[in-house]
Ligand binder design. Structure first.
Ligand code: NAD
Length: 330
């Protein structure tokens, strides 16, 4: 398939995360001598929010009703950037059109929401992209390349340290990113074990996950939600060599040095800092470019709804132990 450019785009949800990270990139992609998008409309249930986006980012029209927007603007690509609990409703309304859909994660807050979305995409042949932004962060792509170059890798470790994030749904809403990033680095999961450490105020816990991947690689993930600092990092170890990726773009405390450090045989490490452009470092630019490349080529991207449903299933399993606060091991 060869798409005719620029593609007519509409966007659902004019919230905070879209404002900071998606809309500025969409605007960038709609500008210049060879724009890839035309920003036809922004839709939000709250009209004032949508109007702010129109003014700041140049969307042509404002809507508060999805069906009406779809009918009147005849888009070629749809961006769903609503809050997690609204995602399944919005995306399931759009998929039967057969149009390409870019959606924020998680693609539904339960397996019961995520699996039907994957099935709908399969039935209607949609090209879809789920915004697990870690997958397009340069630092994680460098680390993935390191894993390829240093096979067989013996062990991988992820760490998601956050402050004041005692959210009962943290596992599905946010820790799913780290689980998906480990899937991106290591492949499909063959076994999972979880220990949870509750906070006294109930409904929330830190948790410690052991993963075994198809092919035998093992990994651990530590998720600590209220520890006074932020650090999200991924570490890989081969024989006499290792690599550590510390995320930037606001995912680690400002005093940390985000980038990839590689070391061998206990020597001095080599260090590559993350790009200074926030949207590039955060994977936001990369994911929009990857989506548009997929639409233009017709080739299904690796983080489509069908694949993302596996990350929802994994996060749900981890979260179940998180809720039970008992934990299991394999
Ligand atoms: N990658 C990351 O690190 C990261 C971090 C934070 C949030 N996110 C994701 O970003 C997404 C958006 O988060 P946010 O903080 O901007 O949310 P938000 O709650 O600020 O905004 C969501 C907007 O969607 C609108 N909306 C809901 N249902 C709608 C409908 N049917 N039609 C039109 N508009 C509708 C709401 O009115 C609201 O304005 C979430 O899915 C979240 O998971 C990702």
């Amino acid at each position: 398939m060869t798409a005719r450019l620029p593609l007519r785009a509409v966007c659902l949800g004019a919230g905070g995360f879209n404002h900071a990270n998606h809309a500025p990139v969409l605007k960038r992609l709609a500008e210049g001598d060879a724009p890839r998008l035309s920003l036809e409309a922004i839709c939000d249930l709250d009209r004032a929010r949508a109007e702010r986006f129109q003014q700041e980012f140049g969307f042509r029209q404002v809507y508060t009703d999805l069906a009406r927007m779809m009918e009147e603007t005849r888009p070629e690509v749809v961006y769903s950037l609503v809050q997690p609990t609204a995602t399944a409703g919005v995306v399931s309304q759009v998929l039967p059109t057969g149009l390409p859909v870019f959606t924020e994660k998680p693609p539904g807050v339960t397996v019961e929401e995520a699996n039907p979305l994957a099935e709908l995409a399969e039935t209607h042949g949609n090209l879809t992209y789920v915004a697990f932004n870690r997958r397009q962060m340069p630092v994680l792509r460098w680390l993935k390349q390191w894993l390829t170059d240093h096979a067989p890798v013996r062990y991988v470790r992820g760490e998601m340290l956050r402050n004041r994030r005692r959210e009962p749904e943290f596992g599905i809403g946010t820790a799913i990113h780290a689980l998906d990033a480990l899937r991106f680095l290591c492949g499909d999961v063959a076994g999972v074990g979880v220990r949870a450490q509750p906070y006294g105020d109930g409904g929330c816990a830190d948790y410690f996950v052991n993963l075994r991947f198809v092919g035998g690689l093992i990994a651990d993930l530590q998720v600590v939600v209220d520890c006074g600092m932020l650090r999200e990092s991924y570490h890989a170890f081969s024989e006499r060599a290792g690599a550590a990726a510390v995320l930037g773009a606001g995912y680690s405390s400002p005093w940390l040095q985000p980038g990839l450090a590689t070391h061998a045989d206990a020597g001095e490490p080599a260090f590559t800092p993350v790009p200074t452009d926030h949207h590039e470092a955060g994977g936001f630019l990369g994911e929009h470019v990857a989506f548009l490349n997929a639409v233009e080529s017709g080739k299904r991207p690796d983080c489509c709804l069908q694949d993302a449903a596996k990350s929802v299933a994994l996060a749900t399993e981890v979260h179940a132990a998180f809720r039970e606060l008992g934990g299991r091991s394999y």
